[in-house]
Design a protein around this ligand. Structure first.
Ligand SMILES: [Zn+2]
Length: 219
């Protein structure tokens, strides 16, 4: 169980990071990570600033609570379905950040108009069809719109980012938020120019394989 205990600490820290970065208001939004065959998810409605690893909830992917004194985040069906469908995903972050949610409200996808976005996200962020918060239908709609991508917008609601680590999903949420704002500004100047798909793929490949110290670490 050592791995699950460590994951609880890391999910609690990620919830605080999400708040510090201004990606959520109060206790809306949520974060989870895969822990062995289960998931660790933040509890519902607790103050993120005071979250401790002992507040985390461990659930299996069928919806049974295995550990924890609190109710899990109400969006647990969404987190569970993503882990079931995407074996490559170990972390899920859901935010209500203002600019990404603006696109979700307008039901417009966020396009590959900035290089860092293209590097990190690797493609446009599509909008899932509307469904009630916390519902199985919302989970199904999100997974369908997400496909193999790293993020999806939930219509009239917010953003979901998926990735290999909690650090990855935080970065994805931040870069998407920045790109949503830049796109809004660019619209005042006549509209952004979308980066050619061929270049987006190159940028994304570069980020995954060579950005920063990655190449040395891989040696
Ligand atoms: Zn939400």
């Amino acid at each position: 169980m050592l791995e699950t205990e460590k994951t609880k600490e890391r999910v609690a820290l990620s919830a605080k990071n999400m708040l510090d970065e201004g990606l959520v208001v109060e206790t809306w939004g949520n974060v989870s990570a895969r822990a062995e065959e289960n998931m660790v998810i933040a509890p519902s409605g607790l103050d993120y600033k005071k979250l401790n690893f002992t507040d985390m909830v461990v659930m299996d992917l069928h919806g049974n609570v295995l550990e924890g004194k609190w109710k899990p985040s109400s969006e647990h069906p969404l987190h569970r379905l993503i882990y079931q469908r995407r074996k490559d995903v170990n972390a899920v972050m859901h935010t209500h950040s203002i600019y990404a949610t603006t696109f979700a409200v307008a039901r417009k996808e966020i396009l590959t108009v900035v290089e860092d976005f293209s590097q990190v996200v690797g493609g446009s962020v599509k909008v899932a069809d509307y469904a009630m918060p916390g519902s199985h239908k919302l989970a199904v709609n999100c997974v369908e719109a997400l496909q193999d991508n790293s993020a999806v917008l939930i219509a009239n609601h917010g953003l979901v980012a998926v990735g290999k680590t909690l650090e990855d999903v935080l970065l994805t949420c931040k870069v998407i938020e920045k790109t949503a704002l830049i796109t809004l500004y660019a619209n005042m100047l006549g509209g952004p120019v979308v980066i050619d798909e061929k270049h987006v793929q190159k940028l994304h490949k570069y980020f995954k394989e060579q950005y920063g110290q990655r190449k040395q670490e891989n040696k």
